[in-house]
Write a protein that binds this ligand. Structure first.
Ligand code: CTP
Length: 398
């Protein structure tokens, strides 16, 4: 996700400095090259050696170092950074930046960089609410500095309240957003994901192997790219994506209702859910008892949500998925036309690494003009971005 990216991670002197270690791990795991810059007081909390070992780069602490000025001096760091993130950012460093003070390597690097700067404040609740701090934060926001807001909790100083460093996983998510193109800004995207469950009785249901991974990946990437995202999801063990309005549903009927309620406000709809086509004609009130050697279930059709949206779509862009085990392109094209879609993602479930409950997928995109585009095997996160690239291009045409 961050392959080829150069990140400067600034660490300032607060007890939350140890959490910057976890953030560094997330960056390096995602493929980024990270240069850690510590303020003098940060080194009182965590040693530079920890960051140096994990980043595999020298850690800079001094403004002027005769040995390394050429390679890691402030200008060189400022120039090479794709993004500067300061976590934790104390009231002191935020105050300095707001007033243009550059008296150490970190503040000098921030002053000299043209890269986006993300600040993750952490401080005592009274400091956080101090009008001086608030004015400094507001001034930086006006200048385009980004913030990963602190959360409420028990603070290291014993106080309860706002000022606790945001979770490293969420700071990481904000970094991905800061680096993503904002080509979906102004769009309102509705994504469906996961399976549905159709109950037979209080303990049994009919469902399928969908995990929700594809739809969740689309929702996550779309938010990073600036869209307002609603995710209507069937039962899934995945974490709701950060910053996405997640609406959990169980059955096809519930999914239909949730989608129809939200669809009028949306400009783009992506239906990645594996919706049940049939549900038990009757749901038994009590647990069904074992009787004869065989049991025949009577099923009735559920409503086809996508086909219904196809009739109502107007100017909206409608994207469907087709899960097939045979005649992939033929069947998918029929669904594209029959349901009045702009684009369909044809998923061949018989291919290795494709389809349900795996982290990868290999698909063919079919367009209205008859054009077909094969997308090779790749991670579902990367595929989500490819699909959104095509959606952006289609939206540009309307
Ligand atoms: N879909 C839907 N409502 C349903 C069934 C399917 O909205 N009741 C949507 C799915 O979310 C997907 C698309 O229709 O985007 C295609 O789903 P798929 O299961 O591949 O096809 P079906 O139309 O159900 O046809 P079949 O099961 O016969 O292949």
């Amino acid at each position: 996700m961050l392959k080829g990216k150069e990140i400067v991670l600034g660490v300032t002197g607060g007890i939350a400095a140890y959490k910057a270690v976890e953030l560094l791990r997330l960056f390096t795991k995602a493929g980024a090259n990270v240069h850690v810059v510590m303020t003098r007081s940060a080194t009182e909390f965590v040693t530079p050696l920890t960051f140096q070992t994990l980043s595999m780069n020298p850690v800079s602490t001094k403004l002027f170092s005769l040995v390394s000025e050429r390679e890691i001096g402030h200008i060189s760091l400022a120039d090479r950074a794709d993004l500067v993130v300061i976590a934790p950012a104390t009231a002191n460093v935020i105050g300095k930046l707001a007033h243009g003070i550059a008296d150490d390597l970190l503040t000098t690097t921030v002053m000299a960089t043209k890269a986006p700067v993300l600040l993750a404040p952490a401080m005592n609740v009274n400091m956080y609410q101090n009008p001086l701090y608030r004015a400094n934060e507001a001034a930086l926001r006006r200048l385009g500095y980004l913030f990963a807001d602190p959360v409420r909790g028990t603070l290291a100083c014993g106080w309860e309240g706002e000022g606790k460093l945001q979770e490293p996983g969420i700071i990481f998510e904000e970094v991905l957003s800061a680096l993503a193109p904002k080509d979906l800004a102004g769009e309102s995207l509705l994504v469906t994901a996961g399976p549905t469950r159709e109950e037979l009785d209080p303990v049994r249901f009919i469902s399928n192997h969908s995990s929700g991974k594809m739809g969740y990946a689309i929702a996550r990437s779309a938010r990073r790219r600036g869209a307002a995202v609603t995710l209507v999801t069937g039962p899934s063990s995945l974490e709701p994506p950060y910053g996405v309005d997640t609406v959990p549903v169980v059955s096809a009927a519930e999914m239909r209702q949730a989608v129809l309620e939200r669809f009028p406000a949306c400009s783009i709809i992506v239906k990645a859910a594996a919706v049940a086509d049939y549900r038990p004609a009757v749901r038994a009130e009590e647990k069904m008892k074992k009787t004869g050697e065989t049991l025949a279930l009577s099923l009735e059709k559920t409503g086809d949500i996508l086909a219904e949206l196809g009739r109502l779509k107007g100017e909206r862009l409608l994207v469907g998925f087709a899960a097939e085990t045979e005649n992939l392109l033929e069947n998918a094209r029929q669904k594209l036309e029959g349901k009045n879609l702009d684009l369909i993602v044809a998923n061949d479930l018989s291919q290795e690494g494709a389809g349900f409950d795996v982290d990868t997928n290999r698909v063919t995109l079919l367009y209205r003009d008859g054009h077909a585009e094969e997308i090779p095997l790749m991670g579902k996160g990367e595929l989500a971005d490819r699909l959104l690239d095509r959606i952006v291009a289609l939206r540009a045409r309307v």
